[in-house]
Every structure is written in C-alpha cells, then in structure tokens.
Design a protein around this ligand. Structure first.
Ligand code: SF4
Ligand code: SF4
Length: 656
C-alpha cells in the first residue's frame, strides 16, 4: 500500500517519535532519581502480581467512582486490544492483505473486540468531555487543555480506525465480515459514489492519520499528566505495604536535615507519585480541608511539587542546594498546616499516591529546622514538654478523673490483665473524662482485671508527631516504652484511636512492641461473651456512627463499632453519606485539635451537618477527640437537639 518513499517517511517519523518520547522518558526518570532511595522492593513477586491484577482489572480506578471508573477501564482495555490492531495496521501498510493474526478466527475475534471497544471508547470520550467541559464537576473544575487534547487524540484514533476498515471494504478482495460491525455500519453510511468504487486514496490517508496520531500521542503522553499511564502501574508496584501513612523514624543523633526541606529530600517514590497523578480530583472530593474551603487541595499540592521539580531541573544539576524550599516557597504554610492527616485522599487515590508523607516531611523541616509552626503550637509543645499533656495541666493530676472510682494503679498491683491507657483527652478533658469513667464502670461491671498507670502515664506522642515535632514525639515515646516495659500486663486497652495507632503501630519502630486493642474491640468481646448484657433496644431516636480516621482508615476497624451500635439502636443506624473508608474527618487529627481554622468553614461543623442529614438524633463516635469536636460543633452551631456520645457511654447507658 505504501510507496517506497512513504515507507522511508514512516520509518523516519517512527524513529523521530520514538526518540522524542524516549528522551523525555529518560529526562523524567533522571528527575525521579534525584530523590532519596526507599526500600520498597520486598516480596517483589507478590508486589508484581498485586500490581498486575490491579492494573489489568482496573480495580483502584473503578472503586469509589464506578461509572467514571468503568469508562476509564474501557479506554484502558480498549488500548490493550488496539496494541494488536496497531501492529497489524503497520504491517498492512507494508504488505496489503497481510495480517499478523492470519485471516481466521483469531483475526475475527481481534476485529470484533476492536469494534466493540472502539464504540465503548467513543462513548467514554463523550462522557469525559461532558463531565469535564459541560457539567464541570467540582473536582475537575480546572479543565486542562491536556485532557482535551488527549480526548481529541483518542476520538481521532477510534474514528480513523472505523473508517479505515470501512474504506478497505471498497478495495477488491476485502469483503465485509460480521466481526467488523462498526466499520460495516460506517460503510453503509458512505455516500453511494464513494462506496461504489475502490477508494485506495482514502484508505491510505486514513492509514497515515491513524499512525501519525499514535506517534503524536506517544510523544504527548511523556510530556503531559497522561504519563500516569506508565508511571501509575510502577507506582502500584512500589505501594506502601506497611503502616498506613508511615512516618519514618528520624535519627536525631545522626541526621542534620529533618523532613523534606527541598525537593531533593523527597524519596524516589514521592517523586514517582508526582508523575503518577492522573489529576482525577478524587482526593479533593474527599479532603475535609478542601471541601471546607481551605487552601489545601491534595491534587494541587502534588501538582505544585511536580511543576517545581520540572522547573528546577536545570538548577538541580548545577546548584541543588539553591533550589526553593518546599515549605512556604513551593507550598504555602497554610496548605501544609491545613491537613488533618485523615488519610481520605490516599484511600481513594487510584494511583495509591502518598500525600501525607509529603505533608509530614514539610512539617518536620518547618518545625525542626526553622522553628516555624502555627503560634497555637507554642502552647501545645510547651504543655507536652513540661507536663506531658497538650493542655499543660499539672502532670500529677492526670489520674484525678478516677478518684471516686476505685481504679487500681498498676504500680500498686504490679501486674494486670488489662492496662487501661487513658490518654491525655481521657484524663484531662471534661467530656472525655466521661468516656473514661464509662469504660471503667463497664469493665468493673464485667469483672475485668484492669489498672491504669496514673501519673506514670504521659502523652503517647501523637500530637507532637503529627505536628512535625519528631524530637518531642521520640522523647515521649521512649519514656512510655520504658514505663510499660517495667510492668506485666496481658494487653493495653485504650479509648483513643490516636494512642491506639501510635502504641500499636509506631512504637515497634522505636523498640516497644505491645499488644494493644481499641476499647470497641474489648466492648464487643464483653458483649459477645455475655459478660455484659444490654437492655432491649428502646427504639428511641436513631444513631449515626462517625468513623474516627485513626481507627477506621488507619487500622481498618469499621465494622466492630457498627455491630455494637446495631444492637443498641435496634438496627436503626443510618449512615452518613461519607462513611466507612470515605468517612469525613472531624477536624481534630494532624494537630487540627490544637490550632485555629483560619479559613473556610470549620470541618467539625461540616461533619455535624452531615450527621444531621441522616435524621439521627445522636452521633456516636469512638474517639475522645472526635467527641470534643462534636460537642464544640453542637454548641457553636446551636444544634442542641443533637447529642454526641462515645461508644462506651452509649453502652453504659444501655447496660442491663
Ligand atoms: S493524587 Fe490521586 S486521587 Fe488525587 S488527583 Fe492525583 S490520581 Fe487523582
Ligand atoms: S490527609 Fe485528609 S486533610 Fe490531609 S490532604 Fe489528605 S484528605 Fe486532605
């Protein structure tokens, strides 16, 4: 079909396109290599298998947004089919009537699949066009020219394929086949004059159009956000398989730089994340900071880091130390402090990007290298350092909440079955003390053998760590590990998911491994074993459950509190629109409890509104900090008709 000159032109164009794409690929790869190495190659076979399944089945893309996800998957699966079609397309240019797949069943199946996916892909292109440019869904409200270009490329590829096949039918020896059903339709729609005579020129022109668009697409992908087609699968391979949003332990003795002052301090995985982002906006859709009108948009944060990396590429070679600081220069201070570390963005990201690691890196460098943090943190850090609690209340008064409850101290007992880790809120905050008291009374009612540390307990270190003050975190964590190591107990029980997460998942990296359970697990166990029994559900006002981020998303405990509450509420447990994995933070996490929200709506007010929309009169949670946020939100918004309870309080009220 192609003349000799055209064949030469094709080879030259293919070599040029391949060269341009490869050069850009190598440039980006080198940029990723400036990052610090991370060890994400353990169990490579398992990683590979998992990534392959996720990519081929498009599971992360379909989860959360099934409609968009399936349309995206049609494009992906269609492109796999078109890999074969394109190879054949090239071969046909050089040898008409030749087929890499023969002319039998295999070819018919390929042709059928290509027609099917061409139709689905055209539908998908229209769907994405309407979503981005006509409906303009909120999270995609910055429609980019890149997306439009890619949609045009894809549409041209599909239409040129269909009409190429249709015009081929005008040539001698190229009969119509049922497998080519879309091309048959296109052929039937050709003007009579065109369909009646051989149309070699049209066939040739469409061959070239299809091939040139593929070449241009290949080069364009390397320069645009569509690089996620290549970077995304690699990112899935290097996923974090350890503790959720793990913060690496800083070696305070040996390190001179803390966190990520500059882009070169990010890890290679962090940099790969930037090129994996598909700018789908799912993270913004669920981010409490973004949704409440604050400066932080997790999608924009990654984009800012990527643009900075690309712009500073020349300087990275000549003067790497001179590139901008990330905190305050590339990403605004406000954005960095807006994050509640709730993990919602990471839960929904189809590329498994790790936003929190980048935010925490910037916080650590701001706090530990520049002493820059919200002014409210002065009180927090001083309180933690001097009295071992965020409020700076006398450390000796920590067990005062339990004075009238005959709660034994572990120092007096020596050993115990349950060590009740009360936590700072449970010890000092008036609302949270009620949770501690309820839990104690339930344990006493059930005849549990338990004790508390009393004044020997200090802050677990979570507020310091999430605020970027790793030094203080390590000091408190090591002190607690030392204290715990002195005693014998079967397990630690706590009502605070922050303490639970830190003690269970973060202390082991500092040498302290202890069995820790959340109070929801103990309460469920007591109910199941019959050690506590509940009055029959009264059928009073329905309850809704708010998932604490550090219990649900960080530790996967979504069901146990619900199973308990279903018993309490007689099955009436209406869910908030954002619940379970995509639950909405109360605003307290990541240091949010200790600082003012200076822009947008208060996150806790948004969450209270979501709870009210269920029609439930009570919002139950399983975290003293969530409890504080709901109490404050009810008082601030004047919705006194709403009640908030912790799981322990709800159970105590229903004890038989
Ligand atoms: S970070 Fe993930 S969820 Fe957010 S826009 Fe990028 S790909 Fe989408
Ligand atoms: S962790 Fe939560 S608050 Fe922070 S960026 Fe992600 S979704 Fe937003």
């Amino acid at each position: 079909m192609l003349s000799t000159m055209e064949k030469v032109l094709f080879v030259a164009a293919a070599a040029l396109a391949f060269g341009l794409a490869l050069a850009e690929f190598i440039r980006k790869l080198r940029l990723i290599q400036i990052g610090r190495k991370t060890d994400r190659c353990d169990r490579p076979g398992q990683r590979l298998a998992r990534a392959a399944v996720q990519v081929l089945l498009q599971l992360p893309v379909i989860a959360q947004r099934p409609v968009s996800g399936f349309f995206h998957a049609f494009i992906f699966w269609g492109f796999l089919v078109f890999l074969g079609v394109t190879l054949n397309h090239v071969a046909e240019g050089f040898a008409p009537q030749f087929s890499l797949f023969g002319h039998g069943t295999l070819y018919s199946v390929l042709l059928f699949a290509a027609n099917l996916f061409a139709g689905l892909i055209i539908l998908a292109v229209f769907y994405f066009f309407v979503r981005r440019y006509i409906v303009r869904v909120k999270s995609l409200e910055r429609p980019s020219w890149q997306s439009l270009t890619v949609l045009c490329f894809i549409l041209i590829l599909m239409v040129s394929f269909i009409y190429y096949e249709a015009f081929k039918m005008t040539l001698p020896g190229m009969p119509a086949t049922p497998a080519n059903f879309l091309a048959n339709l296109a052929f039937a729609g050709l003007p009579a004059g065109l369909a009646a005579a051989p149309q070699a020129a049209w066939v040739q022109a469409l061959w070239w159009l299809h091939i040139l668009v593929i070449m241009a697409f290949g080069v364009f992908i390397m320069h645009s956000k569509h690089l996620h087609l290549l970077a995304g699968p690699v990112n899935l391979f290097f996923r974090n398989t350890g503790v959720k949003a793990e913060i690496p332990v800083v070696d305070l003795e040996a390190q001179e730089r803390f966190g990520t002052p500059q882009v070169t301090d990010l890890t290679r995985k962090d940099l790969l994340d930037l090129f994996s982002c598909a700018e789908c906006g799912r993270c913004d859709d669920v981010c409490p900071a973004f949704q409440s009108g604050k400066a932080l948009s997790p999608r924009t944060l990654l984009d800012k880091l990527k643009q900075h990396l690309l712009e500073s590429a020349p300087q990275l070679r000549s003067d790497p130390d001179g590139v901008k600081k990330l905190f305050g220069e590339v990403v605004s201070e406000e954005e960095v402090w807006d994050c509640t570390t709730c993990g919602a963005c990471m839960e929904v990201c189809p590329m498994l990007n790790e936003h929190i690691a980048k935010i925490m890196g910037m916080r650590q460098s701001a706090v530990m290298m520049e002493s820059r943090f919200p002014e409210e943190f002065q009180i927090l850090f001083r309180g933690l350092e001097n009295q071992g609690n965020p409020w700076g209340i006398n450390a000796d008064s920590r067990p005062d909440w339990a004075k009238d409850l005959q709660v034994p101290l572990l120092a007096e007992k020596g050993e115990t079955d349950i060590l009740f880790w009360v936590g700072c809120a449970g010890s000092y905050d008036q609302h949270s003390q009620k949770i501690s008291r309820s839990l104690v009374r339930i344990m006493q009612h059930a005849g549990c053998n338990f004790a508390i540390l009393g004044a020997e307990e200090t802050c677990c270190g979570d507020p310091a760590r999430r605020s970027g003050m790793e030094y203080l975190f390590q000091m408190q964590a090591r002190q607690t590990i030392e204290t715990l190591a002195r005693y014998r107990f079967r397990r630690i029980v706590t009502a605070c998911p922050h303490g639970y997460h830190v003690l269970k998942n973060e202390y082991p990296k500092l040498g302290g491994t202890f069995p820790v359970v959340h109070h929801s697990e103990l309460l469920h166990e007591l109910l199941e074993s019959g050690r506590i029994q509940l009055k029959p559900a009264s059928g009073s006002a329905a309850m809704t459950y708010h998932d604490p981020c550090y219990l649900g998303r960080y530790n996967g405990n979504y069901d146990i509190p619900r199973r308990i509450l279903e018993r309490l509420a007689g099955g009436r447990l209406p869910e908030m629109a954002a619940s379970g994995k995509t639950s909405f933070c109360c605003g307290a996490g990541g240091g949010g409890m200790w600082k003012e929200e200076k822009s947008g709506r208060r996150i806790s007010h948004c969450r209270l509104e979501q709870a009210r929309e269920t029609g439930a009169g009570t919002v139950v949670t399983a975290c003293p900090f969530c409890s504080i946020m709901f109490h404050d939100a009810i008082a601030e918004t004047g919705h006194e008709e709403m009640k908030t309870l912790d799981l322990a309080q709800a159970i105590e009220a229903a004890l038989a």
